[in-house]
Design a binder for this molecule. Structure first.
Ligand SMILES: [Zn+2]
Length: 125
């Protein structure tokens, strides 16, 4: 893809914003909703698949189990069609994580990406 690094992230966040309004996003959240439990102000609670605790909707995020940018792939090597296709994925690839668990998963993925990028750099073909 031809976009610069900063452009990539601004376009990516626009794609994610559209995804957050999609039926699959809503369905993933609905699946994680506690059937009986309500928050202090009567709001719905959602269970994080990782820590199993329940949170208000503002404190959970819909995570792509298989990440949008696959580990070992550089975002600059992906087409926008691929990015959009992988963002608007099948419901089976979506899970609900609280912000802390999502942050941890993303950090692990990014560490793996850095490791792979480093090994590519030190072993150029
Ligand atoms: Zn969690």
């Amino acid at each position: 893809m031809a976009a610069k690094y900063s452009e990539f992230y601004s376009i990516m966040s626009a794609i994610k914003r559209c995804f957050s309004r999609s039926p699959n996003h809503r369905e993933a959240l609905n699946k994680a909703k506690c059937p009986r439990k309500k928050g202090p102000r009567g709001g719905a609670r959602y269970v994080c698949v990782e820590c199993k605790k329940d949170f208000a909707s503002k404190d959970v995020q819909v995570d792509h189990i298989d990440p949008i940018v696959p580990i070992g792939t550089l975002s600059k090597d992906m087409t926008w069609d691929e990015v959009v296709g992988r963002t608007f994925c099948n419901i089976s690839n979506l899970q609900i994580l609280c912000k802390a668990c999502h942050k941890e998963k993303s950090a692990e993925e990014n560490a793996d990406r850095r490791k792979i990028a480093k090994s590519i750099k030190s072993n150029p073909k």
